[in-house]
Design a protein around this ligand. Structure first.
Ligand code: BES
Ligand code: MN
Ligand code: ZN
Length: 497
């Protein structure tokens, strides 16, 4: 993203830089847009005919230097229908619009109006969220730029809208979510030589600036708590593990918190059960669950959500080494249960076993939701469209599914059950850390379930959705920062007083 990216809101009259307008099928424009485009007569109609543009959802019409408009470029974005837009439709339209802004453009004006009339403030800021997410790039390690790819130093996108002051207020909340997504993307895209557990913990500690309480547990503290499973994963790395506890107390004083837990394996080499070289570089993103939790906590704190929420992330690096744990080792978890290590590459569940138990015991939360790039098997089952959802609570599962449909960050419920659970029984310990090839995502979830007690719990396996993300209208980055918008929506819809 350009160093300086600014969004602003102004009345419909104002017009600067590239102009972007919306229209519905059959070239139907809203009245403010019609007025703004009146100086160019039937140019849009003729250009649309020449380009067979009719206003289908997501389609665009580009008119360069339209005589009489005073804009270097006019872009018309089709909305398909005239009204009845879902949140995720608007975010997408914002992304489509931003995708048509040349990277060299310093100024853009977007007319926030559909064929049915001006967008409401909440809709305007959903467009703005899409603009912000589409504009994101991770280029901090690029020291050169190809010819023709020079970016403007300052990029300003101005929304012409019905009630700029109200939109400004709504953006104060929505931009908190946008910033949370951007933060998650940055953390996930960052390479593992830069972002190891200590550095991750430092960055998460930045949430203190927003009024969150952040504690970092070091190895000594974890030893005292008895987190033998998490420590076992980290023992082969030169970087010490950390657990970060983030608390946002925006709700009623005596109300138990809701809890989010993230897998934060800063690099997963597989350990002694080392992974093949092909694609191993992607394992810098094996902390995407933790990044999502930090992004979410940022969003909640920055928009001063009326909720008591805690975010806890287990940060480790999984490396082969003379000190690394071996297949056959048996570790004792904080809960007292023992786990036989069959494959050191099934490390995420070991980290989460201790963190889930710790959170449950210390905070007695209303629910726990964990996010983890846990299994390759979930990609076999669901690809990159849905995250796997496992839950011991139907209400929580239902709410997550609904929030997924609203935001477009969708989840698909998978089964749990005693028949699957017994697959991970071990000859030597209480359980083993893999159950073989069949139902790999489910047996991983079964292991987690052994550490959540009776607390309502949901596990999101995000191995397919968090990394190597599909290139969409709102994401052109390796990581989409998946899950921040989903969970922010869940909280906003159900857990704020
Ligand atoms: N981090 C991986 C899962 C993963 C794979 C995430 C690809 C994102 C992309 C996890 O730690 C892992 O290695 N899982 C193993 C488990 C197996 C050894 C039982 C897997 O899925 O192969
Ligand atoms: Mn692994
Ligand atoms: Zn892993």
């Amino acid at each position: 993203m350009a160093d300086s990216f600014k969004l602003s809101f102004a009345p419909f009259a104002r017009l600067r830089g590239v102009l972007i307008t919306f229209c519905a099928e059959n070239l139907k424009f809203g009245s403010a847009t019609q007025k703004a485009l009146s100086p160019i007569g039937d140019l849009v109609r003729r250009a649309a005919a020449a380009d067979r543009f009719t206003g289908k959802n997501g389609s665009t019409l580009d008119i360069i230097a339209p005589a009489g408009l005073g804009a270097p470029r006019l872009v018309v974005v089709g909305t398909g229908k005239e009204s009845g837009f879902k949140d995720r439709d608007l975010v997408k339209l914002g992304g489509v619009a931003m995708g048509k802004v040349p990277i060299s453009a310093a100024q853009t004006t977007i007319f926030a109006e559909s064929a049915a009339g001006a967008f409401k403030s909440d809709q305007v800021v959903d467009l703005a969220l899409g603009v912000r997410l589409r504009a994101y790039t991770f280029d901090r390690y690029k020291t050169k730029r190809k010819e023709g790819e020079e970016r403007a130093d300052k990029v300003e996108v101005n929304f012409a809208c019905a009630n700029p002051a109200a939109a400004e207020r709504a953006w104060a909340r929505k931009s908190a979510v946008a910033d949370g997504v951007v933060m998650a993307r940055d953390l996930i895209n960052e390479p593992a030589n830069v972002l190891y557990p200590g550095e991750f913990a430092r960055r998460a500690s930045g949430l203190r600036r927003l009024g969150a309480v952040v504690d970092v547990l070091d190895v000594a503290a974890m030893r005292k708590l008895g987190m033998g499973a998490l420590l076992g994963v980290g023992q082969g790395s030169a970087h010490e593990p950390k657990v970060v506890v983030m608390r946002w107390n925006g709700g009623k004083r005596d109300l138990a918190p809701i809890a989010f837990i993230g897998k934060g394996v800063c690099f997963d080499s597989g350990g002694i059960s080392i992974k093949p070289a092909q694609g191993m570089e992607d394992m810098k993103g094996d902390m995407a669950g933790a990044a999502c939790v930090v992004g979410l906590m940022h969003a909640l704190a920055a928009r001063k959500a009326k909720v008591n929420a805690i975010g806890v992330i287990g940060l480790v690096e999984n490396m082969p080494d003379g000190k690394a744990q071996r297949p056959g080792d048996i570790v004792t978890t904080m809960s007292g249960q023992t786990i036989e290590i069959i494959n050191t590459d099934a490390e995420g569940r070991l980290v989460l076993a201790d963190v889930l138990h710790y959170v449950n015991k210390r905070f007695k939360p209303r629910f726990m939701i964990d996010l983890a790039t846990l299994t390759g098997a979930i990609m076999v089952a669901l690809g990159q469209e849905y995250a796997g959802l496992f839950a011991n609570d139907d209400k929580l599962a239902e709410r997550l599914t609904k929030a997924g449909e609203a935001t477009g960050e969708r989840v698909w419920r998978m089964p749990l059950g005693a028949e699957y659970d017994k697959i991970i029984d071990s000859k030597f310990a209480d359980m083993k850390n893999t159950g073989g090839r069949w139902a790999g995502s489910i047996t991983a979830a079964q292991l987690l379930q052994r550490f959540v007690g009776k607390t309502p719990w949901a596990h999101l396996d995000i191995a397919g959705t968090a990394l190597g993300s599909p290139q969409t209208d709102i994401n052109k980055s390796w990581s989409a920062g998946w899950g921040v918008r989903l969970l922010d929506r869940l909280v906003a819809d159900h857990y704020e007083r």
